[in-house]
Design a protein around this ligand. Structure first.
Ligand code: COA
Length: 252
């Protein structure tokens, strides 16, 4: 059977959007972003759905943007599905929940900053290697990360691009709880199930209130980050890193 790279599974009031591209450890292609947008719209328009859970594989949430697309795409318009996704998660009215296991790279980590609840497995590992790739943060991370953990810590993870584990993510306030990997999605579903018992109107209003202080700054930051990111994407430094990754020829 031909399985989709992104799957949509309704679970009595909760929509699970599951990344499913195991051969590339869930690297996100442009086509996957389009599906993510379609499924987020479907969940938003379905009055039976209270919240959305992003899930991946037991050993990898996602390895971030597909590097092949970073080489192939020549102008910002080709990334419309990516930019739509960023603005969508930043302004999504229903609760977003993440169930994270294993590798969580790039947009995998920055999307968590837009989630209302995040649950992770003990072996989850987070990494935003934008500096290593010659790029800059996206998804509003250049605003949200220092707001969450302060400038110094944010520099450690965005300037130096150091990876960090689930324990650190918990201490930094990026995730809510750490459990065994097989328990991550069940826990996320349990918490989402609690939300289904409350007033949908009350939940949406509470989320809106919780987000209101940062909302405008986040949207403006995403707008500011995008042209810088796309300009750097075309530069020789980044293109050389991408090609060496794809050709499996590590640089010195
Ligand atoms: N884009 C495209 N392909 C990717 C990918 C990505 N982001 N991440 C992994 N893949 C591919 C690999 O090329 C490999 O493909 P192949 O089997 O056809 O050769 C497959 O997925 C498995 O990945 P592999 O690198 O063998 O897994 P690993 O466990 O040894 O390493 C990582 C995991 C995350 C360290 C490594 O895959 C990596 O550095 N990926 C790129 C991460 C990144 O920079 N993302 C962009 C952030 S903006």
């Amino acid at each position: 059977m031909n399985q989709s790279t992104v799957e949509y599974e309704p679970h009595s009031g909760t929509a699970v959007i599951r990344l499913n591209r195991p051969d590339k450890k869930n690297a996100l292609s442009l086509g996957m972003y389009q599906k993510l947008n379609d499924y987020l719209d479907a969940a938003l328009n379905d009055t039976q759905i209270t919240s959305v859970i992003f899930a991946g594989h037991e050993d990898f949430f996602t390895t971030g943007n597909d590097i092949q697309d970073f080489v192939s795409v020549k102008n910002q318009e080709d990334f419309t599905d990516v930019t739509d996704f960023l603005f969508k998660i930043a302004n999504y009215p229903k609760p977003l929940i993440a169930a994270v296991n294993g590798l969580c790279v790039g947009i995998g980590t920055t999307l968590l900053l837009h989630c209302d609840l995040v649950y992770a497995g003990k072996e989850a590992n987070f990494h935003m290697p934008f500096s290593q790739l010659g790029l800059t943060p996206e998804a509003g991370a250049s605003y949200l990360l220092p707001a969450l953990m302060g400038h110094r810590k944010a520099s450690q993870y965005l300037l130096l691009g150091e990876p960090f584990n689930a324990k650190t993510a918990l201490e930094l306030g990026m995730i809510n709880e750490i459990v065994e990997k097989q328990d991550v999605l069940p826990l996320a579903l349990k918490k989402a199930g609690i939300l289904t018992r409350y007033s949908a109107e009350g939940i949406r209003a509470t989320k809106q209130l919780l987000k209101k202080t940062h909302q405008e700054h986040v949207t403006n930051t995403i707008k500011t980050e995008l042209p810088i990111f796309f300009n750097l994407l075309q530069q020789p430094f980044s293109q050389a890193v991408f090609k060496s990754f794809l050709n499996k020829t590590p640089q010195d």
